[in-house]
Design a protein around this ligand. Sequence first.
Ligand code: ADP
Length: 261
Amino acid sequence: DLIIGCLAGVLFSILAGFYLAGRSLIPIRKSWDKQQQFVADASHELRTPIAVIQARSELLFRHPQHTIEEESENIALILKESKRMGRLTDDLLTLARTDSNQLQIHTAAVPVDQLLQEITEQFALLAETKFIQIHAQIEPSVIWGDEHRLRQLFIILLDNALKFTPPEGSIEVSCHPSSHSVGIVIKDSGCGISEADLPRIFERFYRGDKSRSRYEGGTGLGLSIAEWIVHAHKGTIRVRTQLSVGSEFQITFPKKTVNHK
Ligand code: ADP
């Protein structure tokens, strides 16, 4: 009886051990699967520009007697796709660094109003070419953050606003401090986001209207990077949107206080 009891005890411990080890392996398995998916998606995304560049370069070689003017369409496409690849690899590098916790946030007091003003002015020039007006209502605000990453965040959101707003539309940028936080809103009168797309727009490589986003040079990685930057600053990001009316990205950051850090 004693021996049977001991054997049963040992067997139970072994089975329990396997069960617990299996359970603790589930998160590792999940993150491994996620990484595999990321690599597969990244390779897939890189294949298209590479294929275009290869095909168009071969065409150039086939007609050595053609002038640059005659081949301007092929050259323009090669340039466009190589720029896309450049953006894609930059975004992939950023995300790979966030995954391996290698992306450092260098915090300092950032006058976020000046940063927004500067970026808005740069975008206003681009917007003019699409007859889009940018209105800014920016109040003095300081947050504790990484200027380089915050710049990247605002560029992603303004770039999207411009990309998804038809000519003659408008974009509003606002920044208002309150007692404990700073609220930043980037609102456009663009195409809006469908209910089906909305829960997925922060996913890596997700593009609502693939052909449109691709045509405009989108990588489908902007909002995942934007979300990471906001969370790294302990902020929140929310979206309000209506199809054919527009979208509004609302960000809240904790305000820099005297005893912060
Ligand atoms: P990309 O812009 O490169 O496609 P993002 O990650 O920045 O990738 O955005 C993901 C998707 O979210 C876009 O493809 C688009 O469908 C949607 N989206 C983002 N911003 C806007 C916006 N301002 N208006 C409409 N749709 C948007």
